[in-house]
Design a protein around this ligand. Structure first.
Ligand code: SAM
Length: 462
């Protein structure tokens, strides 16, 4: 039966500037010293030999190292002792000396004889977790589960209301919830209000506690600029009311996402703002379709262009003749409905009509669909295939590299092929009905298998 001695009293020791003696320089000390230093402890290490990493720390002057065996009297001024030598008799002597001086001592070689137990500990953001169960493996497993839950946001980590002030602009990635960052999930888990739109990864909204208010700005019935004013106003109003607001956006907030406008509006209203970068569709969507935006010897540069206004439009600031002159990859966002004008302009300024083009719609989502064409043929192909926004257009020879990779995969034995069962946003190099790469081929989700032609009315505008 468990005694009171098996029910330790958990504390958090604030060790900054306080002396901690570590006796022993092996694996245990190597694990303990960095954590002690992280807590600001003044570490005195006594051991004739130490591991390479402890030696590095000592040489860097971060700890004091006495290169000799432990000696009686070494505990003077210590608040805490770690007895982790390889000799049980020495550890017993250290524990006895500590006991006599009423200094807490962790004896690493024998938990039953140790006055102090070290919990399995971990850190997630500014939360520290310590677990003691009597079975170190069990404790470590529970610690891992808690830390992972906190980091991914699946474990409720909401602070007291109003504790974290302001607004966080969180880049949600291109759509697959697996591409939302750990930091983004953490902040979502703390939100009182989430302001989202149709390009954000909506499936994560189901995981929010029921009392979190979700505002879907795609439903704001105004024109674009007015809608942006309403978004800014909503962010400011809720933050001023003391709520923590997460503005969940598609891709990266600062890549054609009007994130900077929202930041400026909040700051002007005196609201503190955090920006969490996201995985941008400009790179992730091509990757999800097997298209590398650079390849050594093929494309040394790539340009990401918003085509929310077409070439020739007086509002356009894009130097299309310069883009036509480069050999680099062009990645076009918001281009689907203006592809004919883009292709015509690039060809007119010198790009070959045979330049390969890949158009990837609903990238990283179960409805992902790819078509491969050339500059000459892409606009009519997009029309006849019924490709709808959101889509990313990749122009350049890297599209042929994707075809080469796909060709190699198709030549592999089935058992050797890529990652069956991998995450849906991963590129599956598994051959079969997936990406075939050749002109007219379909993407990871073969032509016609996804509802691209019936996609929900997408927006092709920022
Ligand atoms: C207003 S921009 C926002 C871009 C976003 N901030 C980013 O970093 O990905 C919207 C455009 O991003 C592209 N896009 C975003 N998500 C996409 C997806 N899952 N599949 C294909 N294109 C996507 C499309 O070109 C869409 O029209």
């Amino acid at each position: 039966m468990a005694t009171a001695d098996d029910r330790p009293y958990l504390l958090g020791l604030r060790l900054a500037g306080r002396r901690v003696v570590v006796a022993g320089g092996g694996a245990v000390a190597t694990r303990r010293v960095p954590a002690l230093l992280d807590a600001g402890a003044d570490v005195f290490l006594v051991s004739p030999e130490v591991t390479g990493s402890l030696e590095d720390v000592a040489l860097a002057g971060k700890i004091q190292w006495a290169r000799r065996p432990y000696a009686a009297g070494d505990l003077g001024d210590a608040w805490l002792v770690c007895a982790c030598t390889s000799d049980p008799a020495v550890n017993a002597a250290i524990t006895a000396e500590a006991e006599a001086q009423r200094i807490w001592c962790v004896r690493a070689d024998d938990a039953a004889l140790s006055p102090v137990w070290t919990p399995a500990s971990g850190v997630a953001g500014d939360v520290r977790v310590g677990v003691l169960s009597g079975d170190p493996r069990h404790s470590a497993g529970i610690r891992d589960a808690i830390i992972s839950g906190l980091r991914t946001g699946t474990l409720g980590a909401r602070r007291g209301r109003g504790h974290r002030p302001g607004v966080a602009l969180v880049g949600g990635g291109p759509g697959d919830p697996g591409l939302l960052t750990v930091r983004g999930r953490q902040l979502l888990a703390e939100a009182d209000v989430v302001v989202t739109d149709r390009l954000a990864p909506r499936s994560v909204l189901d995981e929010l506690p029921p009392d979190v208010q979700v505002i879907d700005v795609a439903k704001i019935p105004y024109g674009r600029s007015v809608a942006q004013e309403h978004i800014n106003a909503a962010l400011i109003e809720h933050a001023k009311a003391g709520r923590f607001v997460v503005r969940l956006k598609g891709g990266d907030p600062y890549v054609f996402g009007r994130g900077s406008e929202e930041v400026i509006a909040c700051l002007r209203a005196g609201i503190p703002v955090t920006v969490v970068p996201g995985v941008t569709s400009a790179v992730a969507v091509p990757a999800a379709a097997g298209v590398p935006v650079t390849h050594r010897g093929v494309a040394q540069e790539f340009s990401v262009v918003s085509v929310h206004v077409p070439p020739g439009d007086e509002r356009s600031t894009v130097n299309w003749p310069a883009l036509a002159a480069t050999r680099g990859t062009l990645v076009l966002l918001m281009a689907v409905e203006r592809l004919a004008a883009v292709a015509e302009t690039l060809i007119r300024h010198g790009r070959s009509g045979h330049t390969p083009v890949s158009v990837i719609a609903d990238g990283t989502l179960p409805t992902q669909r790819t078509i491969v064409a050339t500059l000459d043929t892409v606009a009519p192909r997009v029309f006849t295939e019924g490709i709808r926004p959101p889509a990313v257009v990749v122009i350049g020879e890297v599209v042929n590299v994707a075809a080469e990779i796909a060709q190699l995969v198709r030549g592999m034995q089935p058992g050797m092929r890529g990652s069956a069962g991998a995450h849906s946003a991963d590129t599956h190099y598994s051959g079969g009905p997936g990406y075939s790469g050749a002109p007219s081929a379909a993407g990871p989700h073969p032509a016609g298998s996804g509802p691209a032609g019936r996609a929900a009315p997408g927006t092709d505008r920022p």
